[in-house]
Design a protein around this ligand. Structure first.
Ligand SMILES: Nc1ncnc2c1ncn2[C@@H]1O[C@H](COP(=O)(O)OP(=O)(O)OP(=O)(O)O)[C@@H](O)[C@H]1O
Ligand SMILES: Nc1nc(=O)c2ncn([C@H]3C[C@H](O)[C@@H](CO)O3)c2[nH]1
Length: 211
């Protein structure tokens, strides 16, 4: 029997944390939440991406490495299913967009070394939405440091995600990728939308568990 390890992914503000929480609560899974507020570079990063990208990307990578190392022990010891509001591969998506080519090459090498023996999610839930929806949700959440975010940056990242997920799915046919359109599904305000999303995810989880 396989222990489910679900990663919820998608561009900024699409609803990853909201949905991960709902999965954790409804399935009694352990929730692995990304460290955001503690990143001391993020505010400066949004003011000047070029100047702060390397520090920002390295901070996210180191934090995720530490979190996943801890979770590895827990999963192995207690067989607990986990849902995370990120997949470590997001480091590559952001870093490729924000780092200068030479820096990215070095970063990629460090990434490969750190993630070599990391536990890998066996189900991906991919949320996507239009720039308009993403901007609305980011504004609704109202994080101070995101107020300077360039809409073009958000759109580029959303496109990067699309391409990355397509390649990931092709290269990892044994890992199911469930896609949900955030423009059409309001799983915050509509109970039936949340039920639809959770039911679809549970079906896939059951398939993975039976392996
Ligand atoms: N499907 C949805 N329908 C309507 N509102 C949503 C939906 N998903 C999320 N929201 C709202 O959008 C905001 C952002 O959601 P959330 O923090 O879950 O996004 P996120 O993807 O985890 O963001 P980040 O990339 O910054 O970590 C929140 O205010 C949340 O209530
Ligand atoms: N540059 C950069 N690299 C990352 O790996 C990364 N992961 C998340 N974020 C930003 C997006 C949201 O503002 C906020 C919460 O997700 O943090 C990142 N920014």
């Amino acid at each position: 029997m396989t222990i489910p390890f679900i990663a919820v992914e998608g561009p900024i503000g699409v609803g990853k944390t909201t949905l991960s929480r709902a999965i954790a609560e409804s399935q009694n899974f352990q929730l692995l939440k990304e460290i955001v507020e503690e990143n001391p570079f993020l505010s400066k990063f949004y003011d000047d991406i070029e100047a702060w990208s390397f520090q920002t990307e390295m901070f996210f990578l180191c934090n995720r490495y530490k979190q996943l190392s801890d979770i590895k022990k827990e999963i192995l010891l207690s067989n607990t299913p986990v849902v995370a509001d990120y997949h470590v591969f997001k480091n590559l998506i952001f870093a490729k967009r924000t780092l200068e080519q030479n820096e990215y090459k070095k970063y990629e090498e460090i990434y490969k070394i750190l993630t070599r023996d990391m536990p890998a999610p066996n189900v991906i839930v991919y949320l996507y939405a239009s720039q308009e929806t993403l901007m609305k949700r980011i504004a609704l959440r109202g994080r101070e440091f995101e107020k300077n975010m360039d809409p073009a940056y958000l759109t580029q990242l959303a496109n990067d995600y699309e391409m990355f997920i397509d390649v990931f799915e092709e290269e990892n046919p044994h890992i199911p990728v469930l896609r949900f359109n955030g423009d059409h599904l309001d799983f915050v305000n509509k109970k039936e939308d949340m039920e639809y999303v959770l039911t679809s995810i549970v079906e896939v989880i059951q398939g993975v568990q039976e392996r």
